[in-house]
Design a protein around this ligand. Structure first.
Ligand code: SAH
Length: 390
């Protein structure tokens, strides 16, 4: 049963602008007894229907699934999944040379709380809202209908993203697959393990940036810090880098890189290192032409913003101080609280601090299968800068 929630007077404006969140402070109704995950219809103070979404106790109280009064039945999910999959096919992401892409990017695909990644026949669903759990069956069926022969299994992995008290079990919802599983990105084969790996098994959001890095790498000595399964390293090696270091603090990540380098027969110019990047960057063992810094989010919340800013500046200053003349720093931030302009300022101030003259060559962001909802600018989370260091 869909419950009705009334907003305070004047708080309807953001929903009329189609922003997908309702904050708890905007709600007039008493929600104390509402269960996490409940489907709710939101109305303005004077009873006008605005949208329907999932309720969850917290600062973001409602995540909107639709601004039309409709049923979330099988045909709703078939239609939404059809639109998302067609878009990815039109973007050229399902081809013999690429079988890794994101099918659903939560708010960016107008389904807050739902991530679906695709790895050559296997879809991995990750829920970031409790409400999404109630639609898993319909979502799985819609994936089967829309992907047909291109789908052999659906795995659900939300034990890490939802509260522990729910005791969500990670499991196959359709078919079975074994990990490691092999899939291709931009003609490079990767071993993917959604069961043991970080997130859904792979950082798909760096696809375009990895391809760009490849083109810059011929004959270069490259350091790929925070490498996870080594996407940047593989692109550099494939495009003729003279030597590539892959560094991560996780042993499991480094064994994945080693496996990926071996599968693609690129071992001869590769060194892998298990170390803390912050420490390693203080005194590099060699002079590098290209340094890639792709750390995990230093700040997930606003209260950590100042510390995160210092962290980015310090890390990048270490790289800028030691990189060769004529070198290239490829640096990223995926912290939502550090926006594009602030990140630019941080990198420029790191350059000033390290007394290097720099030029910005490229400003990078997330790829097209991680779209940003036009009414949800907060969805732009991945920022990258490619700087030339004189
Ligand atoms: N660039 C990667 C994704 C990076 S994700 C890709 O293209 O796939 C961030 C990585 O940073 C994770 O693998 C995590 O294990 C690693 N990490 C986290 N803290 C670290 C630290 N202090 N030093 C080195 N690596 C770290």
């Amino acid at each position: 049963m869909v419950q009705i929630i009334t907003l305070k007077k004047g708080k309807e404006a953001s929903l009329i602008r189609k922003h997908p969140w309702v904050f708890s402070g905007a709600i007039a109704s008493n929600c104390e007894s509402l269960e996490d995950g409940a489907l709710v219809a939101v109305q303005s103070w004077n009873g006008t229907y605005l949208a329907t979404g999932h309720f969850q106790h917290g600062s973001i109280a409602i995540r909107i699934l639709s601004f039309v009064d409709e049923k979330f039945d099988q045909s709703f999910w078939n239609g939404r999944l059809n639109g998302m999959i067609q878009l990815r096919k039109n973007l050229g992401l399902l081809t013999p040379t690429n079988s890794i892409f994101r099918i659903c990017h939560a708010e960016g695909d107008e389904l807050p709380g739902l991530i679906i990644d695709y790895y050559s026949g296997v879809a991995v669903i990750q829920c970031h809202s409790i409400g999404m759990l109630q639609h898993l069956q319909e979502i799985t069926k819609a994936l089967k209908i829309n992907l047909g022969d291109s789908l052999s299994a659906v795995y659900h992995k939300s034990s890490e993203t939802l509260p522990k008290r729910l005791q969500v079990r990670d499991e196959y919802l359709y078919g079975q697959a074994t990990t490691p599983h092999y899939a291709v990105e931009d003609s490079i084969t990767y071993s993917i393990d959604w069961v043991q790996g970080q997130k859904t098994g792979f950082f798909i959001d760096q696809r375009d940036n990895r391809s760009l890095l490849g083109k810059l790498s011929k004959g270069k000595k490259v350091l790929n810090a925070f490498c996870y399964s080594g996407g940047f390293s593989l692109q550099a090696l494939k495009h003729g880098a003279s030597l590539v270091y892959s560094l991560d603090s996780s042993k499991r990540a480094i064994s994945l890189v080693d496996e990926n380098v071996a599968i693609n027969k690129l071992q001869d110019r590769h060194i892998s290192v298990v170390a803390d990047a912050m420490e390693f960057m203080k005194d590099l063992p060699e002079a590098f032409d290209i340094i890639i810094l792709d750390p995990p989010a230093f700040a997930k919340h606003l209260d950590k913003k100042h510390k995160a800013m210092q962290g980015y500046k310090r890390l990048n200053a270490h790289a800028l101080r030691q990189i060769k003349s004529g070198g290239i720093l490829v640096t990223f931030s995926c912290s939502q609280v550090i926006d594009k302009i602030l990140f630019n300022h941080l990198i420029i101030s790191a350059a000033i601090e390290s007394r290097r003259n720099v030029k910005i060559l490229y400003q990078l962001h997330q790829p097209a299968d991680h779209p940003i909802g036009a009414f949800h600018p907060e969805g732009e989370y991945l920022k990258g800068i490619v700087v030339y260091v004189e």
